[in-house]
Design a protein around this ligand. Structure first.
Ligand code: SF4
Length: 161
């Protein structure tokens, strides 16, 4: 691994590398470095110093934070994660227990992966906890809406995003 790759690897792993006042390399959190990391840094020390002296933007592209996430793996990428957090918070405000809120929020955040066009009442403007404000158009006989139904992915003619 060359110095550029090593620097990208360390930054991508969450380390901050800086030049110290004494002209050395400051790394935080140093305690998290492995023995192999320390050896690699020692091996590349002079090249790392050169890289850290130059403009970081011109030398090292900021690693893509989603490089290990969907579609490269099953892990949620940052867009999905933001969606997940927003929905999770909303569902918990509505009184959902955390595990149920997380399960539905994750399912909805990952829905775009397989172009699933079904919706959840919890994303609908007409939804209020326990009630549908558009039940006629939705084809329901009454406005009452159970949590189980609200969490079900479905195609509803009354849905408004
Ligand atoms: S209109 Fe349909 S999607 Fe919207 S809350 Fe009512 S049943 Fe759910």
């Amino acid at each position: 691994m060359g110095a550029s790759d090593l620097l990208a690897y360390l930054r991508g792993s969450g380390f901050t590398l800086t030049l110290t006042d004494e002209g050395g390399i400051g790394i935080a959190p140093a305690a998290a470095l492995t023995d192999d990391d320390r050896q690699a840094i020692r091996d590349q020390r002079s090249d790392l110093l050169v890289l850290l002296t130059e403009s970081p933007a011109s030398v090292i592209a900021t690693p893509d934070p989603d490089r290990w996430c969907w579609p490269h793996s099953d892990a949620m990428n940052s867009a999905e994660l933001a969606e997940f957090m927003t929905r999770r918070a909303r569902l918990m405000r509505w009184g959902w227990v955390e595990s149920a809120a997380e399960a539905l929020a994750e399912r909805l955040a990952k829905r775009g992966r397989d172009t699933d066009d079904r919706v959840s009442c919890t994303d609908c403007q007409h939804y209020r906890p326990g009630r549908c404000g558009n039940h006629d158009l939705a084809g329901l006989q009454a406005p009452d809406l159970s949590r189980d139904l609200a969490g079900l992915l479905q195609r509803c003619p009354g849905f408004t995003a």
